[in-house]
Design a protein around this ligand. Structure first.
Ligand SMILES: C[S@@+](CC[C@H](N)C(=O)[O-])C[C@H]1O[C@@H](n2cnc3c(N)ncnc32)[C@H](O)[C@@H]1O
Length: 284
């Protein structure tokens, strides 16, 4: 099955037709709690999060104001904020139950450097122009209904960024075949998590292609960012501006945390690194 997926993704030409998420904003209680479970320290997403935390930390400097688009239950945002106590963070999400879960999780972790807002990432009405030093986002873009909204989201991002602002965004990229979607769902999600499996399947079907993402970024911002995808199948797309020169303290600590992950999650971290590096991302 692995070999068949490899061949399909290597030799397929066009991605399948996109199926937008039925749950554009994640506000069903079941979906929220399945996602909270997945984001726990040793949960299904912990290996992928470890990689994102490390990259985000490389972008952040003391005193920065950092924005996380579609922050969900703030599992990831909380980990980045804990490693960067001298920076302040704003998380925006359109789902009230997600923001409620985020408030709980930040309280439990005792984090005081994070603010949460119900806001639309295609508008960012609550964020002043030019006020953000670092933009982060994980697994959120594919929730937008179409490329017109994707363009609006990037235009809003460009508006809120300060002139020297940095950016790290990552999301799924659309695969070539729906059969590959099923392969990745089976491989990643335990059998006793059917809601999470449904959510993951819907996410991979709703993913934008690398080209759709690239062409939705407005010109001036496009010239500043690099876009990388995992090699062979464009399962993950990363947008980065600029590529940071050297790992900062938070990044080193995030890397150390990988050692305490369960074996399977550590493998997720190393695989993501490997395939992004093979896809051209200059990781050491
Ligand atoms: C799959 S979750 C990812 C959460 C988090 N970034 C993470 O990686 O754990 C996607 C989130 O995007 C939110 N979302 C969807 N459309 C949005 C919009 N237009 N503006 C803000 N948030 C949105 C959903 O409510 C959901 O919480």
């Amino acid at each position: 099955v692995f070999l068949a997926t490899l061949l399909r993704e290597s030799f397929g030409t066009e991605p399948f037709d996109r199926v937008p998420e039925a749950d554009l904003v994640m506000d069903s209680e079941d979906a929220v709690s399945a996602f909270v479970r997945a984001g726990r320290p040793r949960g299904v997403l912990s290996g992928v999060y470890a990689f994102y935390v490390e990259q985000a930390c490389r972008m952040i400097r003391p005193g920065d104001r950092v924005l996380d688009l579609g922050c969900g239950p703030a599992s990831l945002l909380g980990s980045v904020a804990a490693l960067n106590p001298d920076a302040t963070f704003v998380g925006v999400d359109l789902s009230a139950p997600m923001i409620a879960a985020a408030i709980d999780s930040l309280r439990v972790r005792g984090l005081r450097n994070v603010e949460l807002r119900i806001d639309d990432m295609t508008e960012l009405a609550s964020i002043a122009s030019g006020s953000i030093d670092v933009v982060l986002s994980s697994m959120a873009l594919h929730h937008l209904p179409d490329t017109a909204r994707l363009r609006r989201c990037f235009a809003a991002v460009e508006r809120v960024m300060s002139p020297e602002a940095r950016l790290f965004m990552a999301d799924f990229g659309r695969l070539k075949s729906l059969k590959s979607v099923e392969y990745f769902v089976r491989r990643a999600i335990p059998r006793d998590e059917p809601i999470l499996a449904g959510d993951y399947r819907a996410s991979l079907r709703a993913a934008f292609s690398r080209r759709e993402i690239g062409t939705s970024v407005p010109g001036p911002l496009r010239r500043r960012i690099s876009i990388y995808t995992t090699a062979i199948s464009p399962m993950m797309v990363v947008l980065m501006a600029p590529f940071p020169g050297r790992t900062r303290d938070g990044g080193t600590e995030a890397r150390r945390a990988v050692r305490s992950l369960p074996l399977g999650r550590r493998a997720d971290y190393w695989q993501l690194r490997f395939f992004l590096r093979l896809g051209g991302m200059p990781l050491r």
